[in-house]
Ligand binder design. Sequence first.
Ligand code: SF4
Length: 267
Amino acid sequence: MATRHNPSKPDGYDPIVLTRAAERTVVKGNQRKYARLSRPLRFYGGITSAQEVGCNLRCKFCFSDKPVRRPQSTGRFYSPQEVFEALTHGAKKNGHRLISASASEGTLGKKHLFELLTLVDQSDYIFVLETNGMTIGNDPSFAKELSQFKNLHVRVSIKGCTAHEYNQLTGADSRSYDLPYEALDYLMDAGVSCNVCLMISFSTAKTIDIAETRLSSIRPGLLKSLEKEHITLFPKVATRLNNENLSPKTIRHRGKIMQFNKENYYV
Ligand code: SF4
């Protein structure tokens, strides 16, 4: 198991503090801000997804620009009922059984989320909760609360394969790298359907192995459903990475995974 990076002082922002700040902007009562309510995506063989606003990380490779970086001026507030109706209307039209909200952090605004999941539970649809695992890892009762919903699958995305990579990629305090692993442990203990997605574009074979060993130590089965994620180099992402002097080793380009070298870098 990877050791906890424990500098005497924080080496980045605290995602839990950022969670509260983001919620003040994107949550109002049982309403949450969305940029778009329903669009078909190709993941999982087809899913209808809403585009949420607001995140508690600032990943430098993030393709979701305004919803993450300008939550005040992006999107508008919707009730759980409005989101559910738009998602299921789109899913019916697209022939999808899966629905989700993506492009930001899915666990902001628990009241909104739980009311939405209650509606999903009364339907035949399955909701995929996309999360970076910060909030669930920080609060063991969160996974227990999620376990009451049966039409739910949680996808936990881990940003980098070590605490050092995570700190470089997100600017967050290295110590919070443990939180998504803790989230997985809590979710599995609570019997919530879940899987892991690991960002490996900036990793080496050695650090990928470290992360896989750590996941396996939580439950060996986590490796079976592990998704290895590669960035897509949209122009804004390329500019941001270039400004941060970060260069991916691999990228996803037209559905294929490609090695990347700096000569091809564009801004
Ligand atoms: S956690 Fe996801 S949505 Fe949030 S900044 Fe990172 S990649 Fe973007």
